[in-house]
Write a protein that binds this ligand. Structure first.
Ligand code: SAM
Length: 443
């Protein structure tokens, strides 16, 4: 098996990974010849690769992939301005942002309101002139203290403990002052506002949700905004050095939709997309509505009920996902894993349901993509394999087999990097490499 070459010390662990003659062993054998490593992609499948990229570095969307990842696949697929690039899980909008810079029309969809907002707003930064934002900030600052504090969803528990009182009040006033700005400045400033919430709070976006640390050193909102404005000004200058006037051409402004990629019937695509460059939520229990709770509570939901509606409206990749009566694992590998996990003592009994719902949703997603894509369209999708209680799920292969069933041809499974699962799992079951792959399909 492919991992053995990299982790020689783990040979036994890898060999023993799947039960003999298991469905997982069979699917590994089936796709073996299509799997190959390109470990240089490891540095661009995560947000870390955006550290120095103008504008994309401003808002820390931890689940994003890097600008260079998209650039690489635009090149590999020989994309040009006749193409229509689609990211059905748009997140920060990295795919659309890179496409726009290359003069390629694109379309994005995301179900999480903060992600939709950010991916719609980021391209507007390309329209800024030098010192434009700084000038607006200078005229805005004296108004902040006089502004009426904005309403926020204070009945959400995390909002009661995330900030000290004074910071919370300043943030609410700052938000009101920003809301009085005209477009596009209002949205540009709102994005900057969302980007400072984490550092002004006692929370950190790590792991599955927002972690609270009352001893954390926090920033003052005004200082944090000053730093963001200075970064944006630096980015405006850098962008002017190497970009032409592409941003001013309306054809290249991405089309953005707040929608659900499990059902694309209402999306009015300008034309059939020819390329997908994307990455879905991973089946790893992370809940976006918890990680981005502060942003959601400040602007997108009015109360806890509305927050929960967002939580239950996104792809069912997190532990609170609800399984419906009659829903069963949609693939033999998933059935096998769910049955094995059913016999084990799990640290969370909802894991088997989450795995089932994740693959049911992803099967719908893949079927929808096949319907809307142009003939010959290509898909590059980054996915992480996962492991629960020692049971590894080859997500890359299961989704590829589902893609085949939907009508796609599976061209390649490129291993971008190997990750360990949680440290508890490693301690208990040994260090077993888990693939993070880019699956390549063609319609
Ligand atoms: C891994 S992130 C994508 C990151 C993106 N590639 C980027 O560079 O920012 C997955 C995204 O899927 C979104 N999502 C979750 N459920 C969705 C659904 N049903 N339809 C569309 N997007 C959804 C999440 O909000 C999240 O932004």
């Amino acid at each position: 098996m492919i991992q053995q070459t990299l982790f020689a010390e783990d040979v036994t662990a890898v060999k023993n990974l799947y039960p003999p003659d298991s469905k997982r062993e069979q699917i590994e054998d089936k796709f073996e010849n299509l799997i190959h490593e390109e470990l240089k992609l490891g540095s661009v499948v995560s947000y870390v690769g955006n550290k120095n990229v103008p504008f994309l570095r401003i808002y820390r969307y931890k689940e994003a992939f890097a600008f260079d990842f998209v650039m690489d696949f635009l090149r590999r697929f020989e994309v040009d301005s006749d193409d229509y690039v689609f990211d059905p899980f748009s997140g920060l909008g990295t795919t659309m942002f890179a496409s726009m810079i290359c003069g390629i029309p694109s379309v994005g969809i995301d179900k999480l309101p903060i992600a939709y907002f950010n991916s719609k707003t980021l391209p507007l930064f390309l329209l800024l002139a030098e010192n434009e934002l700084k000038g607006i900030w200078i005229s805005l600052t004296p108004k902040i203290q006089k502004s009426k504090p904005a309403d926020v969803a204070m009945d959400v528990p995390i909002m009661k403990i995330a900030f000290d009182e004074e910071t919370l009040l300043t943030l609410r006033k700052l938000k009101s002052a920003i809301e009085d700005l005209s477009l596009p400045y209002r949205d540009i400033f709102l994005l900057l506002f969302f980007s400072i919430l984490e550092e002004c709070s006692f929370t950190s976006k790590d792991g599955q949700f927002l972690r609270l640390n009352r001893n954390k050193k926090t920033s003052s909102p005004i200082d944090a905004m000053n730093i963001k404005i200075a970064q944006v000004e630096e980015d405006v200058r850098r962008m002017k050095l190497f970009s032409s006037d592409i941003s001013k051409n309306d054809n290249f402004m991405p089309d953005m939709y707040h929608g659900d990629t499990r059902d694309l019937s209402d999306i009015k695509f300008k034309k059939r997309p020819t390329i997908i460059i994307t990455s879905p939520p991973y089946a790893n229990r992370y809940d976006y509505t918890r990680t981005y709770a502060l942003e959601l509570c400040f602007h997108f939901v009015r109360n806890f009920e509305e927050l929960k509606a967002v939580r239950f409206g996104i792809l069912r990749s997190h532990i609170e996902s609800k399984i419906l009566k009659g829903e069963v694992p949609p693939h033999p590998v998933i059935k096998e894993v769910v049955e094995i996990l059913g016999r084990k003592k799990l640290n969370n009994p909802k894991i088997p349901s989450m795995i089932t719902t994740y693959f049911i949703d992803m099967q719908k997603v893949i079927t929808e993509w096949f319907k809307v894509l142009a003939p010959g369209a290509k898909v590059a999708m980054v996915v992480d394999n996962v492991r629960f209680e020692g049971e590894l799920i080859p997500v890359d292969l299961v989704l590829s087999e589902m893609a085949e069933e939907a009508g796609f041809e599976v061209k390649e499974i490129i291993v971008a990097r190997y990750k360990g699962n949680s440290s508890q799992q490693m301690k208990k079951y040994g260090r077993v490499p888990v693939r993070e792959s880019v699956v390549i399909w063609e319609k």
